[in-house]
Design a binder for this molecule. Structure first.
Ligand code: AMP
Ligand code: ZN
Length: 112
């Protein structure tokens, strides 16, 4: 198995787990971009949001992101990001939501 997130889901690669349920796993990013930086991934391999065809799984992922925010005490605010495919800057080809917080995050959406 070559997908690093599948290996984490299978318990074959280390991760600092924040939340785990039947459908999703959440763990700390190894190169945090904020004081809190957690990734939420489906247990099943889905390459990116482009390939996601399961509405219920989509709900599980987003709800897990909100649970991560509460578990990590991000009541001041947080951001959820999904990079998809080449132009989206996706580096790991297993769907994941980034949950970022713990500081005031800069604006990302500047006008063209
Ligand atoms: P993306 O650019 O959206 O594909 O983000 C991939 C993220 O996965 C990056 O923030 C990496 O730091 C993170 N990452 C890569 N390998 C691991 C790993 N083994 N454990 C935790 N996070 C990882
Ligand atoms: Zn995978």
């Amino acid at each position: 198995m070559t997908c690093i997130f599948c290996r984490i889901v299978a318990g074959e690669a280390p991760a600092r787990i924040v939340l785990a349920d039947e459908h999703v796993l959440a763990f700390h990013d190894i190169r945090p971009a904020a004081p809190v930086h957690v990734l939420v991934v489906p247990r099943a391999h889905v390459a990116s949001l482009w390939e996601l065809d399961d509405r219920r799984l989509a709900g599980h992922l987003l709800f897990a992101a909100s649970e991560v925010a509460r578990l990590c005490g991000l009541e001041r605010g947080f951001r959820v990001i999904a990079n998809a495919r080449h132009d989206g800057g996706q580096e790991v080809d297993h769907l994941h939501l980034h949950v970022l917080g713990g500081k005031r995050l800069g604006r990302m959406l500047a006008p063209l």
